[in-house]
Design a protein around this ligand. Structure first.
Ligand code: ARG
Length: 457
């Protein structure tokens, strides 16, 4: 394709480092779509004949079939997907194939293909996020009133409900989905027609090719069009935040399903055994989701590091963009699907969660609040009194609701029997009716609100 000024071929190792076909063959759909948009614009502008256009389109359709069926022979010598397709086009249709690349360069071609790919990846990620959010919201609706311990510092803090806990993740994933939607809007400009870097002298219609490929408009600057990859980095940044959320949820699944917590179990479908310890049920999928975050965040770092310091316009460094981005999105797709699967599969153990919620003096704050409400004690004093009550309960080895009224009164003689009404974990959770609080009625309403919407931003 570019051998005219060369008298001999590349060294084997040159070919090895230069070829990207093993990676970028995944762009074949986008490459053919881009070529079709380009060729029909060239014909409409009178730059090539209708006959050439028809021949090229037919040839591209045949190539699509060959790739789809596995018959296509990819060649490393032809470097990348663009030259593999163009060379095959020449085999099939002969001379008109050579007119396809008029007013185009591989620089705008690959930038276009890659944007189309990342745009689709963003759309697919949003769909996958929606599926996961539905799974979480449905579980939350089923367990809107299932009391569990809420933690800070992984120490028992206050009772919450499982539904509330799961809906916290729905909020995170909704923001993630909106980040992909936002990135998509910004990336949706067409590089095609920027040519190598400077634009072209041919009377091309960049708006026509942009529209044909579903872009909102052409990129306004040809140098920017061929040398920017911030669209991919922005998408990978959204992917990294999603991965961070997924890994936190995965970590909780690991904790909850361990026998020490026993808050939930995963069925055989999402557990694995040990080859030596017959009793084991390991949450491997959750652990791998937790770890996939490493790959996804690494892919963002990888591309940031490749791009930093690159002078305008195109440099071959940028060929490495695809391996990083494909790896990040492949890992994300797997992690999202596995997490949705685990959430659907998960059986919460409501009794164990409730039992755990009663441990750790989780309703101590409710006593302090009661002292404020019933006795008009300033909160700071109430906190102090309650601390003494907890210390007493600890000395006696009982939970707060098992401490006698006489014991309570030994610390503050004004305490009445009414304090016991706030000591159960259910009463504690049910009392959190403030906006965004964990009261089961709130949670039910929120779960239904999520389930009623289509969940995309
Ligand atoms: N395979 C190349 C890439 O992925 C295509 C662009 C090549 N352009 C060039 N001037 N060598 O970046």
């Amino acid at each position: 394709m570019w051998g005219g000024r060369f008298s001999r071929g590349p060294a084997a190792i040159m070919e090895e480092i230069n070829a990207s076909i093993d990676i970028d063959r995944r762009l074949w759909r986008e490459d053919i779509a881009g070529s079709k948009a380009h060729v029909s614009m060239l014909a409409a502008a009178g730059i090539i004949t209708e006959a050439d256009r028809t021949a090229i389109e037919k040839g591209l359709d045949q190539i699509a079939e060959e790739i789809e069926s596995g018959a296509f022979q990819f060649s490393k010598t032809l470097e990348d997907i663009h030259m593999n397709i163009e060379a095959r086009l020449k085999d099939i249709i002969g001379e008109p194939a050579g007119r396809l690349h008029t007013a185009r360069s591989r620089n705008d071609q690959v930038a276009t293909d890659f944007r189309l790919w990342v745009r689709r990846a963003c759309d697919e990620t949003q769909t996958a996020l929606t599926i996961l959010m539905r799974a979480l919201a449905a579980k939350a609706a089923d367990h809107a009133n299932a009391v569990m311990p809420g933690f800070t510092h992984l120490q028992t803090a206050q009772p919450v409900t499982l539904g509330h806990h799961l809906l916290a993740y729905v909020e995170m994933f909704a923001r993630d989905a909106s980040r992909f939607a936002d990135a998509r809007k910004r990336m949706n400009e067409s590089p095609l027609g920027a040519a190598a870097l400077a634009g072209t002298a041919f009377p091309i219609d960049r708006t026509a090719t942009a529209t044909a490929l579903g872009f909102d408009r052409p990129c306004a600057n040809s140098l920017d069009a061929v040398s920017s990859r911030d669209f991919a980095m922005e998408a990978l940044a959204a992917a990294s935040l999603t991965a961070t959320h997924l890994s936190r949820l995965a970590e909780e699944l690991v904790l909850w399903t361990s026998p020490h917590f026993g808050f939930a179990s995963l069925s055989d479908k999402f557990s694995t055994g040990s080859s030596i310890m017959p009793q084991k049920r390991n949450p491997d999928a959750a652990e791998l989701v937790r770890a996939k975050a490493g790959r996804i965040i690494a892919s963002l770092n990888n591309l940031l590091i490749v791009m930093k310091g690159l002078p305008l316009a195109y440099a071959k460094d940028m060929q490495e963009d695809k391996a990083a981005t494909f790896e990040g999105f492949d890992a994300l797709a797997l992690a999202l699907a596995a997490t949705a699967g685990m959430i659907n599969d998960m059986t919460p153990h409501r009794d164990a969660m409730k039992e755990a919620a009663t441990r750790g003096y989780s309703t101590a704050t409710d006593i302090a609040d009661w002292l404020v409400r019933a006795l008009n004690t300033p909160f700071r004093d109430a906190h102090h009194v309650t601390g003494a009550i907890v210390a007493l309960a600890e000395r006696k080895g009982v939970t707060l609701d098992k401490l006698s009224l006489a014991d309570m009164r030994s610390i503050d003689p004004r305490i009445t029997q009414d304090v016991y009404s706030v000591l159960s974990v259910e009463a504690s959770a049910a009392s959190r009716v403030s906006y965004g609080g964990t009261a089961p009625d709130n949670v039910k309403r929120e779960a239904n609100r999520w389930l009623a919407q289509n969940m995309t931003a």
